[in-house]
Design a binder for this molecule. Structure first.
Ligand SMILES: Cc1ncc(COP(=O)(O)O)c(C=O)c1O
Length: 445
């Protein structure tokens, strides 16, 4: 049997945890090297491997509030926050209590539960366009289900996506996009057959495409948070709404990041445009694996068992994930979003000042509670071609200088900076001070 822990090393490190927290494992490098033997690239989500910034990742032992600690005991102020799944800070006591209590009652049943009903009610209460919600286990599952649902509902095949938007590892949505022009049917990665994207059209963000009646759905990140935080132009989302209505296509907002992060009603409430379907993930699971599709009853009831569009999942509506999600949504009210929004704005100014006074060219665009980083002198981006003007090499230098200062950012130039409730003003000041030094190092090359 493989032991959960390394008994001798764990005892030597004084660790009495019943599941491995890595306390007895010698170093980040040792653990990562050992991981690469049994996990491709040593990671379970490719960005974590540091490929685009170089170097090797720190290996997390534990986290609390705004901070994470690696297996060597190094402390970092964490701006990754599980890529936005965590908004209240790591190991928030209410979520920890909800998870512990739920786990004691069993971890999965394969039958309906009151908690999934309550979480669905919490979402339909707060998100204007959602009359019903179906749960699953990831944002990827949510986007793939939403596309299947839209195709099944309309009886059409074509899917329109936007270059630079990210919808997870869903084959039909992993299509390559050219810059500035619509492209059709080019796989965005090995392993996606041409047939899987033959009906996927990739168009530039912030331009309303002309649709026809072959289009089943348009899926969009209402705020593009995977290309450095790009806001929708005034009228863009409404333009999509109108164009979908004109041809009878389903409008899907992918709110896996923006849902319950931009505010209680997500991006749709912020911009006052109501999609037919919304995909959720991240925050609605309080940091546990979850995904959901919500939308108009008429479309949602096309899902099995009521309708012909199949969906199922062994762990869907999982009792622990829904407990954590409920605990998170219980704490998220308008005041929390005001607080985080004000901090995001202030943080952007602090970082801008820290970088410019160190001679490092960088901008920090803010949309509500979301902050991005653009390195270099590029003008504010409206689409992916413009977002690509960011200086990725400069980002990598800044990233490593920040890590050396004890601040963990996402190891990719297009990821958002996730400010949450645990990033108090004092923590943000601390980061800004370190950012000034890091920017000096990055500027020196
Ligand atoms: C907008 C968006 N949609 C979908 C996904 C996929 O979610 P998951 O990683 O939970 O599969 C992501 C992941 O980051 C995302 O940012």
């Amino acid at each position: 049997m493989i032991p959960l822990c390394d008994p001798e090393r764990c005892a030597a490190a004084g660790c009495s945890a019943t599941v491995c927290v890595g306390a007895g494992l010698a170093s980040n490098d040792d653990v990562f090297t050992r991981s690469t033997q049994v996990i491709p690239g040593g990671v379970n989500s490719s960005i974590r491997a540091f490929t685009s910034v170089g170097g090797r990742p720190y290996v997390v032992a534990r986290a609390e509030g705004a901070r994470v600690w690696d297996v060597e005991g190094n402390e970092y102020i964490d701006l990754v926050q599980s890529y936005g799944a965590v908004i209240l800070g790591h190991a928030h006591p209410d979520i920890t209590a909800a998870v512990t209590q739920a786990a004691a009652g069993g971890t999965s049943y394969g039958a309906p539960t009151p908690r999934e009903m309550k979480l669905a009610e919490a979402i339909t209460d707060r998100v204007g366009s959602c009359e019903q919600v179906r749960f699953m286990n990831s944002g990827t599952e949510a986007t793939s289900t939403a596309v299947r649902l839209a195709r099944g509902f309309t009886g059409r095949d074509r899917v329109v996506i936007f270059h630079g938007n990210f919808h997870g590892a869903t084959d039909a949505l992993l299509a390559a996009g050219g810059s500035g022009v619509a492209t059709l049917g080019l796989p965005g990665t090995a392993g996606v057959p041409a047939g899987a994207v033959a009906e996927t059209m990739v168009v530039p963000y912030n331009e309303v495409p002309h649709l026809d009646d072959s289009v089943a759905c348009v899926i969009v990140e209402p705020v593009a948070a995977n290309m450095g935080v790009v806001a929708p132009d005034a009228g863009f989302l409404q333009g999509l709404r109108d164009e979908c209505d004109r041809v009878g296509a389903v409008l899907i907002f992918d709110e896996v990041i923006t849902g319950f992060r931009l505010g209680l009603g997500g991006a749709q409430a912020r911009y006052g445009v109501w999609p037919d379907l919304t995909t959720f993930g991240k925050v609605i699971g309080g940091g546990l694996p979850i995904g959901a599709v919500g939308g108009r009853r008429e479309i949602m009831e096309t899902l099995s068992p009521l309708g012909p569009v199949f969906h199922a999942g062994t762990l869907s509506g999982n009792p622990i994930a829904t407990a954590a999600g409920l605990a998170a949504l219980n704490l998220l009210d308008a005041d929390v979003y005001d607080t985080i929004g004000a901090r995001a704005q202030r943080f952007s100014s602090l970082l801008t000042q820290a970088c410019s006074s160190a001679g490092f060219a960088a901008r920090f665009p803010v949309v509500g509670t979301l902050v991005g980083m653009v390195c270099g002198d590029a003008a504010p981006a409206r689409n992916f071609a413009e977002a690509k003007q960011t200086d990725e090499t400069a980002y990598a230098r800044f990233f490593h200088a920040m890590l050396a200062e004890g601040v963990a950012m996402a190891p990719g130039a297009y990821e958002a900076i996730f400010v949450g409730l645990a990033h108090t003003d004092a923590v943000l000041d601390q980061i800004a001070e370190r950012a000034h030094r890091a920017a000096g190092v990055a500027a020196a090359g």
